[in-house]
Design a protein around this ligand. Structure first.
Ligand SMILES: [Zn+2]
Length: 411
């Protein structure tokens, strides 16, 4: 059983995969960095952001001022609203087609470009290569999401080089938000190094080639980050809005639901029904693998965030986590159909990636997590509503029998 030290305020432990430090008072670096949200002068930080983007404004009005990576979920509406309406920039939106799309995600993305009146470039890597890479990364590092993360982080940078638009604007920095890897005042920017070490589990596209003989050059070249010479020739830089705007995903999504009809639907493995509604796997198979490998899942991330924002107490957070992380991952059969594998084959691979140090077994061989002690049978049925999260769409993901691999059909 995992015995690493746990933060006294949130639920993260010292074994967080992004790296986390607990201080002498028992409070983690993520919680300490979060405190800055209530002490920084956000008005002056906003002015600073305006100064930073000012030289990138294309005065001719016939080209783009910046690149904004988007999807049918995950703060995309909030980011585009800030960039286009508050900063007055003309963004080129870019999105990587992750293939595991829900109809709600396709709808949200279509509505995004219509409501904000933006051009968009969509990267559709051929399905043959995407499946080959997914098969490899699932088997070797227990990740079905490596191609999505690699594509989402490479394609905007490739587009910046291709179009000669140097400024890329991202939302929040995950390392800062979760574990306080940096202070807001460090104003950390996008780097090749962070992408490789944390987004890509330490493996670049070319590393897949040297390890696995089933993949070849044709399969991986779309996932390459541009070389340094190309980046410096254009002057590419990527900034994070979270360093200049007090980041609060719940409040942000709620504003976007009201103002721009962003739509949401509930999940079985977390109470936050705002993030990741565009994907069948992020809160499903990907979340289960996270649980197997690291002993915690996305509901812990959501609970820690809500504790830090003062909307959830620690005891209730532990109950919520114990409740949700036990729920089975949905939509596995869609993944099996898409990749052409059977249920036994998938289960075999999943079991290989379960970290035995994080789980114990009861007398019947059933796996027990450290959170089982907090299971509370009296938790209300409608936990999402209790937490104040609102599912605006009645979409039942289970009604859809497959991924929408390429989405269209919305005006
Ligand atoms: Zn903490």
């Amino acid at each position: 059983m995992n015995t690493s030290l746990t933060c006294k305020r949130c639920l993260y432990t010292e074994s967080h995969p992004l790296g986390l430090v607990i201080d002498d008072d028992g409070i983690c670096s993520g919680c300490r960095t979060h405190e800055e949200k209530d002490s920084l002068d956000w008005e002056s930080r906003w002015r600073k952001l305006k100064e930073i983007v000012s030289p990138y404004r294309c005065l001719s009005g016939i080209s783009y001022d910046c690149i904004v990576p988007v999807s049918g979920a995950q703060d995309s509406y909030f980011i585009v609203d800030l960039v286009k309406n508050k900063l007055g920039l003309n963004p080129l939106l870019v999105t990587y087609n992750k293939y595991f799309n829900t109809s709600l995600g396709i709808r949200n993305l279509a509505n995004l470009r219509i409501k904000f009146d933006c051009d968009i470039v969509i990267q559709n890597v051929n399905p043959h290569s995407v499946k080959k890479i997914t098969r490899t990364t699932l088997r070797e590092f227990g990740s079905v999401y490596w191609p999505c993360l690699a594509g989402q982080t490479a394609f905007p940078v490739q587009t910046a080089v291709r179009y000669g638009v140097p400024l890329i604007i991202w939302g929040a920095h995950q390392g800062l938000e979760q574990v306080g890897m940096f202070s807001h005042e460090h104003e950390v920017e996008m780097t090749r190094r962070y992408r490789k070490d944390h987004d890509l589990l330490g493996k670049e596209a070319d590393d897949l080639l040297s390890i696995f003989d089933t993949l070849n050059e044709d399969d991986i070249w779309q996932y390459r980050y541009p070389d340094d010479a190309s980046l410096s020739q254009i002057g590419v830089r990527g900034i994070y809005l979270g360093n200049y705007v007090r980041w609060d995903p719940k409040a942000q999504h709620e504003a976007m639901i009201k103002q721009y009809d962003y739509q949401t639907a509930s999940f079985v493995r977390t109470f936050d029904c705002y993030d990741y509604v565009d994907c069948f796997n992020y809160m499903g198979l990907h979340d289960l693998l996270k649980y197997y490998k690291h002993g915690y899942s996305k509901v812990t991330d959501h609970a820690c965030r809500e504790i830090r924002h003062g909307r959830l107490d620690r005891g209730r957070a532990q109950e919520l986590v114990a409740h949700f992380e036990k729920n089975p991952a949905p939509h596995l059969e869609k993944f099996q159909d898409w990749l052409g594998m059977d249920q036994r084959g998938l289960q075999f691979i999943l079991d290989q990636h379960r970290n035995p140090a994080l789980f114990t077994q009861d007398r019947t061989g059933k796996s027990i997590s450290r959170n089982d002690a907090f299971l509370n049978k009296a938790l209300p049925e409608a936990i999402t509503e209790v937490m104040g999260f609102e599912a605006t769409s009645s979409l039942d993901y289970a009604d859809e029998d497959r991924y929408i691999t390429i989405g269209k059909g919305h005006p």
